[in-house]
Design a protein around this ligand. Structure first.
Ligand code: ADP
Ligand code: MG
Length: 588
């Protein structure tokens, strides 16, 4: 049975498998490798995942969610059309869609997966990812850090000599920087640093904020749908700038049309604060690596790595332009696919060895004296330790006749324990005695998945052990069964209809973005196409698909065209032509 590799991204997710000696991306039903990580609840209670759901961010913002990966590991409730989901449940739905696609493509059952996570994901976020997989019916063979996966694939495919590389993964919502040393068949990650809240989304936000500022609009007062439309255009304009000198954004609110022309110079200015943060992360990775020496290369991966202004910024920083990986938004998935191959024990991968490091410091809170009020961190595993890492330390009682030693477990770099993320606690009993006589040894083991195991052994012989530990993420068997049942009851929208559904959702989205005559045209298209969808007429849909799509493309181009030229498309002859084509069918 195949093991699949999944890049569960903030913006896009991909699935990959190791077959016939190579990592192979698996296309979704639309024939694309990238499935937008967006989920939307339809009126009939089924769930759409992917491109069609992404369209509904604008037409049905209250029923749709995207970028929920940033909430993984938290309790944030996400509401879709009145139904509340946990972040891991929405991720489970994305995983289930990818799993369906993989099963269909491979024609065999799939139950196991390797999943990538941002290197900088903390323990809660990793556990939430594992839970999401379980809810989707997948057994996780391994969690691998995204930049490590990218390094693995780069090394495997580039076949360069021994080298030291920096991999910068700049995606939609996260930045991950890792330094990798490649020696013969060994790939050693020597440092990682990152920011879980920094990516292309921030660039879009900066553009949108600037747009509002320039046009005297209050962003928070825009309707959800208008706001989603602004963000979509900000993103489109940003992407267009990689190949054009300027791009325009325009928004229609009531009778008024607002607009902005975006150029790379302006974008560079808007990205200033984002790039300063990137600089901080890169600096930290450089300082953390165990060994010195020069980098041989800097490799850019992730969708946002394609930003021209990002390349400019790094060129200034490094004195040399880093090169963008061959397929920057697929390389992580390809690496996860290789990792799945290694797990399947594919013969040709047997020699490949990869080591990884711990992204955070891990420790327990301690008091230095009896009257000490603010506990600080006693670090057992410092960040950037090579995995798996294990360390022991002995702690003594502070008070006479103390009956137990309680250890709070933390992750993070703050001096005071309270500045860090509390992962849980473990307590052992000790026999009564004078202060400092009784003790306990605490052992931390951080495994290759980045999951922490803690045990404590007291001088009195009491022994406790636990896997960490967020009670909200570590469900009881019964709780897990209930959560899985809840997710199982949600049906994914019908397979085989994705392409047609996407067309409908696009039209619905366009409707919200248009006014006047253009809107009426979109409305007729919707009426026509929805009718074909509702009556299940697949053959007629197959016949009409290309022409309906062409029409929609044209209407969309008109909407996105320069505002000054808007309206030109909606000439009378167009309408005539339109009417003829749909002859009769358009009448209700
Ligand atoms: P993630 O790993 O977070 O799911 P990706 O690596 O797929 O994300 O990157 C998504 C981000 O990349 C989005 O913010 C998107 O706007 C941006 N992006 C995609 N293509 C380009 C491009 N050609 N130029 C600039 N940004 C891009
Ligand atoms: Mg990514």
């Amino acid at each position: 049975m195949a093991i699949i590799g999944i890049d569960l991204g903030t913006t896009n997710s991909l699935v990959c498998v190791y077959r016939s000696g190579r990592a192979e991306l698996i296309p979704n039903e639309l024939g694309e490798y990238k499935t937008p990580s967006a989920v939307s609840l339809l009126e009939d209670g089924t769930v759409l995942v992917g491109a069609a759901a992404k369209e509904r961010l604008i037409s049905h913002p209250e029923a749709t969610a995207a970028s929920f990966k940033i909430w993984m590991g938290t309790e944030k409730p996400l509401t879709l059309a009145g139904r509340t989901f946990k972040p891991e449940e929405l991720s489970a739905l994305v995983l289930r869609q990818l799993l369906e696609d993989a099963k269909r493509h491979l024609g065999e059952p799939v139950e196991e997966a390797v999943i990538s996570v941002p290197a900088y994901f903390n323990d809660d976020q990793r556990c939430a990812t594992k839970l999401a997989a379980q809810l989707a019916g997948l057994n996780v063979k391994r969690l691998i850090n995204e930049p490590s996966a990218a390094a693995l694939y780069h090394r495997y495919s580039a076949q360069t000599g021994d080298c030291q590389l920096m991999i910068v993964d700049f995606g939609g919502g996260t930045l991950d920087v890792s330094i990798v040393e490649c020696f013969e068949n060994i790939i050693e990650i020597t440092a990682i640093a990152g920011d879980n809240r920094l990516g292309g989304d921030d660039v879009d936000r900066a553009i949108a904020a600037h747009f509002c500022q320039e046009n005297g609009l209050a962003e928070e007062r825009l309707s959800p749908s208008l706001r989603a439309s602004l963000y979509r255009q900000a993103e489109t304009a940003k992407i267009a700038l990689s190949s054009a000198p300027a791009a325009s954004i325009s928004l229609q609110q009531g009778e008024t049309r607002y607009s902005l022309v975006l150029t790379n110079d302006l974008l560079r200015r808007l990205c200033g604060p984002v790039f300063q943060k990137v600089r901080g992360v890169i600096t930290r990775a450089m300082k953390d690596r165990g060994r010195g020496g020069r980098l041989n290369d800097v490799i850019l991966v992730g969708g946002s790595a394609q930003l021209t202004v990002f390349g400019d910024f790094l060129e200034e920083l490094f004195g040399r332009r880093p090169h963008v990986a061959a397929s920057p938004d697929e390389i992580v998935a390809l690496g996860v696919g290789l990792c799945a191959g290694i797990k399947e024990r594919a013969e040709d991968l047997q020699d490949l060895v990869m080591t990884d490091v711990c992204p955070f410091s891990l420790g327990v809170s301690t008091y230095s004296r009896r009257d000490d009020k603010t506990p600080h961190m006693a670090v057992l595993i410092p960040r950037s330790s090579m995995l798996p890492a294990s360390h022991q330390e002995r702690f003594y009682t502070l008070n006479d006749n103390q009956t137990g030693l309680r250890f709070e477990i933390y992750q993070g770099e703050g001096y005071f324990a309270s500045e860090n993320l509390k992962l849980g606690e473990v307590e052992v009993q000790v026999p009564p005695g004078p202060a400092g006589e009784q003790s306990a040894v605490v052992t931390f083991t951080y495994d290759i998945d980045g999951i922490l195991h803690v045990s404590a052994q007291s001088s009195g012989g009491d022994f406790r052990e636990r896997l960490i530990l967020n009670p909200n993420l570590h469900l009881t068997e019964e709780g897990k069964e209930r959560a899985m049942e809840r997710i199982r009851q949600i049906q994914l929208a019908a397979q085989g209809d994705q392409r047609d559904q996407l067309l409908l959702e696009r039209a619905l989205r366009l409707y919200t973005q248009t006014i006047g005559q253009g809107r009426e045209m979109v409305a007729s298209l919707i009426g026509y196409w929805k009718n074909l969808m509702d009556c299940g007429d697949r053959i007629q849909r197959r016949r009409d698909y290309d022409r309906v799509k062409e029409r929609l493309d044209m209407l969309e181009a008109a909407v996105e065209a320069d505002p000054l030229e808007g309206g030109v498309w909606f000439g009378e002859s167009e309408e005539e032509d339109f009417g003829q084509y749909f002859d009769g069918d358009l009448e209700e």
